[in-house]
Every structure is written in C-alpha cells, then in structure tokens.
Design a protein around this ligand. Structure first.
Ligand SMILES: NC(=O)c1ccc[n+]([C@@H]2O[C@H](COP(=O)([O-])OP(=O)(O)OC[C@H]3O[C@@H](n4cnc5c(N)ncnc54)[C@H](OP(=O)(O)O)[C@@H]3O)[C@@H](O)[C@H]2O)c1
Length: 259
C-alpha cells in the first residue's frame, strides 16, 4: 500500500468525533493534517497537541463564499495536498410531517452540496495518486422513519463520490466512501426528541440518553457501538489503497445484516 493519500490531508469535521479520529490516525502514522470546522477552539486544541503537524483552518462549510478556495488554502499550509476527507455532517431526526425547512436545507448543504463542491476542488488540487474519502452512513442504504433528509443526502453523496472517482481517474485521483453504523460521538449522544417535545430537565435527559444508546447498541450484532478510531483506521486504508476507487466500505458491527 502506498502512503500517497495519507501524507498531507485536509479533514473536514476534524475537531470532533470521527473526523478527529481520522486526523489523529493520520498524525500517528507520520502524516500532516489541516482540520476544518466552525469551532476554532476544538481545531486549535488539536493543532496545539501536534505542533508543526496539525493546522487549524476554521470555516463554515455551509457557506459557498467561505468554502471557496479551501483546498488551495489547506495546500498552502502544508506545501501540497494528497488527501481530502469529508467528515463534517449534521443530522436532525424528524419524521415526515415534522421536517423543518431550516433543518432540511442545513442537512442538504453540509451532507451533500458542500462535499460535492469540495470534491470538485480536490480534483484540481490533489496530487496524482491522491485520494478523497467521504463519510456517508448506513442510513444512506437503510433509512429510518426520522432520517428522510439525512438518508437522501448521504445516498446522494455516494453517487457524487462515484462521479468524482470517474472524473479523477485520468489523473490517478481516487475517491471512496465509508458507511459507518452507529458510532459513539456527540452526534449520537444528543437525545432524539419526539415532535412537540420540549427541552428535557437534566435527570430525565441523562436517563433518555442512556436508554437511547442502549437501544442503538442492541441494533449491532457485534454488541457494541463503533468507536471513532474504528472509522479512522478504515479511512486511512481507503486513502492509501492505490487500486481502490469508487468503493463503498460498510463498517457497521453487522448492523446491515439484520432484517
Ligand atoms: N456518529 C455516527 O453514528 C455516525 C454514523 C454514520 C455517519 N456519521 C457521519 O460521520 C460524520 C462525523 O460525525 P460525528 O459522528 O463525528 O459527529 P460530530 O462529532 O458531531 O461531527 C460533526 C462535525 O461536523 C462539523 N460541522 C457540522 N456542520 C458544519 C459546517 N456547517 N461547517 C463546518 N463543519 C461543520 C462539526 O464541527 P463544528 O460544529 O465545529 O462546525 C463537527 O466537527 C458526519 O458526516 C456524520 O453524518 C456519523
């Protein structure tokens, strides 16, 4: 396996959860990263832990103006770029009839439009042999009743990834996606409220959170939720595997095996 794709990498959502684990996996293996997201403090904390190796580049990726030229700025910080990982994302669980307009637009923008636009930039900026990896979800292939917009956006993202794989092939720039099951991050710890349900008082919130996590855990035949590091290792493999492109890698503790 080649190191190309893993040496100088921009990671969106790199300050938290899966994106942070991707960045740390690459750093531990000797790579350099630029991490982006809206919260400067979490990005700068990582940069402080890895001086000269990790760089913070705060950006609201939902803004077309803010994300314009982002890949070139990241390449400027690292002296080139051979990998791009899009882990930034948002989910808002709402059943049909209760899907808010703002939530709909926000999820489409960050989960589908931003990775398409950034992927286009990556085709121009990544060096030959480089790679881009998109964090999709098992919800892209098996939706639940509250995931219409998120599932549609992540399913669309898989098609975007395949088009980018085709478009990049002539220059040897690869593209792939990972489809995680439920991974224990802030996204999953947030309690899913029913329509009309107000904010919950603290003891009730903690009780509901524990029940939610136990319910999600039980969906996975391997008996545990994913860890961000599980996805970090898989993404590093996808970045490095030099004959792999257009691939969807399911990483879900057996979740999709269930009826
Ligand atoms: N956890 C799971 O079970 C699971 C399963 C399958 C797929 N995924 C996917 O995995 C990816 C990472 O999620 P996670 O679980 O690690 O949760 P997370 O910790 O909440 O990560 C989401 C990241 O996206 C960034 N982000 C959101 N909106 C943004 C915007 N407008 N501009 C820039 N950055 C933005 C957030 O940073 P800021 O808030 O600082 O902007 C944050 O770092 C997402 O794409 C998610 O859909 C997660």
């Amino acid at each position: 396996m080649s190191a190309t794709g893993t040496r100088k990498v921009l990671v969106t959502g790199g300050g938290t959860g899966i994106g942070r684990a991707v960045a740390e996996t690459l750093l531990r293996a000797g790579g350099q990263v630029v991490v982006t997201g809206r919260r400067a403090d979490v990005l700068e904390a990582l940069a402080r832990d890895w001086p000269g190796k990790a760089f913070a580049l705060p950006c609201d990726l939902a803004s077309p103006e803010a994300r314009e030229g982002l890949l070139r700025r990241a390449a400027g910080l690292l002296g080139g770029l051979d990998g791009f990982v899009h882990s930034a994302g948002q989910v808002v669980h709402q059943p049909p009839g209760h899907i808010g307009e703002d939530a709909l637009r926000a999820q489409l923008e960050i989960n589908l439009v931003a990775p398409l636009r950034l992927g286009e930039q990556a085709l121009e900026v990544l060096e030959p042999g480089g790679a881009q990896v998109f964090v999709a979800s098992t919800l892209a292939t098996r939706p639940i009743v509250t995931s219409a917009v998120y599932s549609a956006a992540k399913a669309g993202l898989l098609q975007v990834m395949k088009v980018l794989a085709l478009a990049g092939a002539a220059r040897g720039v690869r593209a792939s996606a990972v489809l995680p099951g439920v991974v224990e991050t802030d996204m999953v710890r947030e309690v899913r409220l029913s329509p009309g349900e107000g904010p919950l008082p603290e003891p009730e919130y903690a009780r509901r959170q524990e029940a939610q996590l136990a319910g999600l855990r039980a969906l996975h035949p391997l008996g545990r939720l994913g860890r961000p590091e599980d996805v970090g290792e898989a993404v590093r493999y996808l970045l490095a595997a030099s004959w792999l492109t257009g691939t969807e890698l399911v990483l879900d503790g057996g979740l999709l095996l269930r009826e």
